[in-house]
Design a protein around this ligand. Sequence first.
Ligand code: SF4
Length: 372
Amino acid sequence: MERLIRRSSLADLYEKVSAGEHLSFEEGVRLYQEPNLTAVGYLANLLRERKHGNVAYYVRNQHLNYTNICNKFCRFCSFYALPGDPRAYTLSPEEVRKKVLDYLDIPIWEIHMVGGVNPKLPYNYYLDLVRIIKEVRPSAHLKAFTMVELYQIAKVAKRPLPEVLLELKAAGLDSIPGGGAEVFSERVHQELFPLKIGADGWLQMAKAAHQVGLHSNATMLYGHIEAPFEKVEHLIRLRELQDETKGFLAYIPLAFDPQNTELDHLPPTAGEADLREIAVARLMLDNFDHIKAFWIMITPSVAQLSLWYGANDIDGTVVEYEITHALGTSSNKQALTRQQLLEMITEAGREPVERDALYHHISDPTPNSHQR
Ligand code: SF4
């Protein structure tokens, strides 16, 4: 065992991680309390390399946000707008078609589409969005609608959730992104997002999706008012559902950006916290294949480091990301080229491997690549 681990409080965890055992709640809390972050990262990297060796994944993807109108008023959100606000918009299915057509010359494996909870949208609107995207770009995997949106879609459909999920799937929905989980704590739920489904609702939606054959990701929003023990509870509940359904593809810790939210008195997360979230997640979620570092939230530099702290995926080229930068000064046209992603991973000392949405390796980067 490395001297680094022996000198930390984590020596006993080394044995459990090496033996492939689930870590307990108390051990999860210790991972947050351990002052030596490098020791936590070392343990996480053991598991990361056992699963993926030196490989780090990236994907060429497009993000679409079909509406920012939302009636949930989450206190951490800078994205939503009320009807009548000059920022408010809802894209028609034809406008969504145009956005997909705009990037048709770029090889894209995955389209990621989410939006606000706009109560005026009828059920057919969602089906039309899905059908149009698949019509324009049938080869792209469509990952769409957070659990919260799915709850709303089933509500306007006035039909049981499994039926609605199967209908969306038949229309072309391939998987679910996993946002909207926030933190599985009733205290945080009541304080920050009381109008939105809480932990039980989110987990029931995820389970229903997995049961009809739709994979999903899972997320956690950190860096606001949550306590470490609440984060450990969150991870353990995800791990339990994964043991049951095996339906989660990846876990993505989402760093809270307080700018332009009701919580703008809070500081943004720092690199130490971002890396710790990745490392703790890798160790607690040992039954998840993939831990993703979302570079757009934690910066490309921290994402590079995260590849040694448990992450094996840095997401993708990400065209037009709006969610955490809705009102900020930076442009919402945020993207890295494929070449930049390759360089970023290589510079970090890992082997870049392009993936599709289901983590199949892409060996032929397609003929119409413009290297954008
Ligand atoms: S986080 Fe989602 S559900 Fe909450 S206000 Fe923002 S868009 Fe609406």
